[in-house]
Design a protein around this ligand. Structure first.
Ligand code: NAD
Ligand code: UDX
Length: 474
């Protein structure tokens, strides 16, 4: 079937992917009407916030893109059926978390939201509609979506023509914190599909701003599998460098020097070699577990075990930080006050999903610590949900064991603490006045830097002790 250029796009799911991705498409393609829909009314209200200060996600540069396109050809709405009916392309960009129960629990993706979308599309679509998998999905999910879309919907004599569909895979490779840059200047755009006209119609949208040689066309299954594989490779590098960090601590080497030395080899490359408290975020763990599940499903246990080890090493890395802090602080943190700088899973996002800070803070609370937590973008309500504990407020109420307070300033957070733990690499933690902060802390005080953001000599000059992840002592 000849497919004409898209005039109207609907995206189901106004989350970390759907919102920014559609904002950039609308910005770059003013002739296409883009409607992002979601069942979550609060989220849609936040996307429509008139002064752009309450957008549901924090992403550098996002507000400017929204300001240009929203109300012109970009719309956020809860009218899902209406938006599907008037669209010639529907992106599915809903959540695909790990299944919590039943077959594949703890590994396989829970596809109930994707399936619900496919059912709604088949019910509401008119004419020919290109359905695009934007969510990260297990390989061969398109077959399930096609099976749903093939269910006849209209009565044979209703006079209404039955809708027809093409299914494409177009996974998203953006990273949070750099989403707008990643979308505006992607390394590649991947389109998988068998219907050549549909593939070209989608490629035509991206070609408004992406160089032709960066738009890759593959089989459906290759596209679906490439997304899981890309995340697995990236996460594998982090587990590899974190394993080396532990070895550095044990031997007196420095992981930053090792990373520099190996990263200058062009075959290895220097990106994604930062040792840290373990990878977080909504994707890596979920996607690797999904890959592990698929390998078992296809009777490849050795391959499954290989990838599972990337996740196992990461869990070990996240777990060892709290232990190490307790051991260093004379074996106990009960009733001691500690500052946590950074709660987001990485800098430049307000997202805390799978953040290593959750595990570390949780373990320290279990040990009886009093935590003063600071993060420039994460809301205290979110931390409360993550720690399953209400905060103490004001700071003078931070007493007893296993309690926490949300500090709006770094000075507030370090009042009377025995240690500062830096868990997210926010820019503002890089150039702190340690001399001033040291005077607010209780000696002997420690700085635990899990993100390599401090200059050790400045800490030492301020009379503080420092532990840096991946740095062994002489
Ligand atoms: P998210 O949880 O932020 O957003 C998903 C949204 O979909 C939610 O707002 C939810 O209310 C909505 N939704 C669910 N079912 C719906 C339905 N039937 N109708 C309307 N709305 C519905 O998730 P996200 O982080 O944007 O991720 C979406 C997908 O993209 C996932 O598959 C994820 O793996 C993938 N992905 C995420 C990232 C990332 O950095 N977050 C990057 C690349 C790919
Ligand atoms: C990741 C992929 O990078 C992206 O392509 C995909 O679309 C979604 O998943 P994201 O999770 O948003 O993106 O951020 P990313 O920059 O990959 O960081 C993930 C985690 O790894 C963070 O906790 C980060 O701090 C950590 N990390 C990253 C390291 O510990 N060291 C590094 O060198 C890089």
């Amino acid at each position: 079937m000849m497919i004409s250029p898209a005039k109207s796009i609907c995206c189901i799911g106004a989350g970390y992917v759907g919102g920014p991705t559609m904002a950039v498409i609308a910005d770059r393609c003013p002739d296409i009407e883009v409607t992002v829909v979601d069942l979550n009314e609060d989220r849609i209200t936040a996307w429509n916030d008139p002064d752009l200060t309450k957008l549901p996600i924090y992403e550098p540069g996002l507000d400017a893109v929204i300001a240009r396109a929203r109300g012109r050809n970009l719309f956020f709405s809860t009218s899902v059926s209406e938006a599907i009916s008037s669209a010639d392309m529907v992106f599915i960009s809903v959540n695909t978390p790990t299944k919590k129960k039943g077959i594949g629990a703890g590994q396989a993706s829970d596809l109930r939201w994707v399936e619900a979308c496919a059912r709604q599309v088949v019910e509401c679509a008119k004419g020919h509609t290109v359905v695009i998998e934007k969510s990260t999905l297990p390989v061969r999910t398109a077959a399930a979506i096609k099976a749903i879309l093939d269910i006849p919907q209209r009565q044979p004599n209703s006079g209404e023509p039955s809708p027809t569909f093409s299914v494409l895979s177009n996974p998203e490779f953006l990273a949070e914190g750099t989403a707008i840059r990643d979308l505006e200047q992607p390394d590649r755009v991947l389109i998988g599909g068998e219907d050549k006209d549909a593939v070209e119609a989608l490629a035509a949208i991206y070609s408004n701003w992406v160089p032709t040689n960066k738009i890759l066309r593959t089989k459906l299954w290759s596209s679906e599998l490439s997304k899981l594989t890309a995340n697995a490779f990236l996460a594998q590098r982090i587990s590899s460098i974190n394993s080396v960090a532990a070895l550095c601590e044990a031997t007196g080497a420095d992981v930053r020097e090792v990373a520099l030395a190996i990263g200058t080899d062009r075959r290895i490359g220097s990106e994604f070699l930062h040792a840290g408290p373990g990878f977080g975020g909504s994707c890596f763990k979920k996607d690797i577990l999904n890959l592990v599940y698929l390998c078992h499903h296809f009777n490849l246990p050795e391959v499954a075990n290989y990838w599972n080890q990337v996740v196992a090493l990461n869990a070990w890395q996240q777990n060892r930080i709290a232990d190490l802090v307790v051991q260093t602080l004379f074996g106990t943190v009960t009733g001691k006050r500690l500052a946590i700088l950074g709660f987001a899973f990485k800098a430049d996002t307000n997202d805390t999903r799978e953040s290593p800070a959750i595990r570390i803070a949780h373990d320290l609370l279990e040990e009886g610590a009093q935590l003063a937590i600071h993060d420039p973008k994460v809301a205290p309500e979110q931390i409360s949900v993550d720690l399953q504990k209400k905060p103490c407020h004001p700071l003078s109420d931070l007493k007893g064991e296993g309690t926490w307070h949300f500090s709006t300033t770094i000075e507030d957070a370090v009042q009377g603490v025995d240690a500062v733990l830096i868990l997210t690499e926010w820019e503002q933690y890089r150039n702190l006045n340690w001399l001033k902060l040291a005077s607010l802390m209780r000696a002997p005080a420690w700085v635990f830097d899990t993100r390599s953001v401090v200059t050790p000599t400045e800490i030492a000059d301020a009379g503080l002790r420092v532990w840096r992840l991946g740095e062994g002592s002489e």
